[in-house]
Design a protein around this ligand. Structure first.
Ligand SMILES: *Cc1c(COP(=O)(O)O)cnc(C)c1O
Length: 224
């Protein structure tokens, strides 16, 4: 199926979820996650009107960068090892996986301008997941104030792989509460207005619960 047709369907779902929750669809930014697909398919997404691409590994990002350059905004969405920061830092506009001070320190050192970051939170507390525990998040973000090139624009989470709508909703709701809490601190280095949550299987619920960036792979560019 063509990306443009998939995108049309997703936009329809976004509109429905926004209607359901009294939100404006213009608040929702779609990131096409291209980690499973070719550069050609990523290009197809751009031609369909997508402006934001997400990759979870430095190799994937660099590989696609060679063909697509800075036409799209690049989002780094995966676990980021400190030693890889230098490879991607001048190419990405957003990092969604900031979860430790050592990483913040390296980003701060390598960047030559403030980088828009999401702090990753492990809302569900699953051991397999990266991210800060909710109770450690505020403290962590306050410590980031020392880094002039880190700008915390929001929080990010990955919901557990479950079908249970109530559990998913609770997970997103908790992240939203935490985002509000950070926003209310009015830290200059952490405006924290954004919420990066929702993937192919749960983006409608995430939008109903306040997502402003959704990260969609399979449902948007899959089935090449
Ligand atoms: C792969 C990935 C996605 C997209 O997953 P789909 O289920 O294919 O939509 C979103 N976020 C992160 C962090 C990912 O690694």
């Amino acid at each position: 199926m063509r990306v443009i047709d998939k995108l049309e369907m997703i936009k329809k779902h976004i509109n429905e979820a926004c209607k359901q929750s009294n939100r404006n669809p213009e608040e929702i930014n779609i990131i096409a996650v291209t980690k499973y697909v070719s550069s050609d398919r990523a290009k197809e997404a751009i031609e369909a009107g997508i402006q934001d691409l997400g990759e979870n590994r430095d190799e994937g990002l660099l590989n696609k960068w060679e063909t697509l350059g800075d036409k799209p905004f690049w989002h780094f969405i995966g676990t980021l090892q400190s030693r890889k920061v230098k490879n991607i830092i001048d190419k990405v506009s957003y990092i969604h996986s900031l979860d430790r001070l050592s990483l913040a320190k390296e980003i701060n050192k390598r960047a030559d301008k403030p980088i828009s970051c999401f702090v990753q939170v492990n809302v569900s507390g699953e051991e397999s997941k990266h991210g800060l525990l909710p109770e450690d998040t505020v403290d962590f973000i306050e410590k980031l104030e020392q880094f002039e090139n880190i700008r915390v624009i929001g929080l990010m989470t990955m919901a557990p792989h479950i079908e249970d709508e109530t559990l998913l909703r609770n997970c997103f709701r908790k992240l939203k509460l935490l985002q509000k809490e950070v926003e209310n601190l009015h830290l200059e280095s952490a405006p924290c207005h954004e919420l990066s949550m929702g993937m192919s299987n749960d983006y409608k619920i995430a939008i109903e619960e306040g997502a402003t960036y959704i990260r969609i792979g399979t449902a948007l560019v899959g089935g090449e």
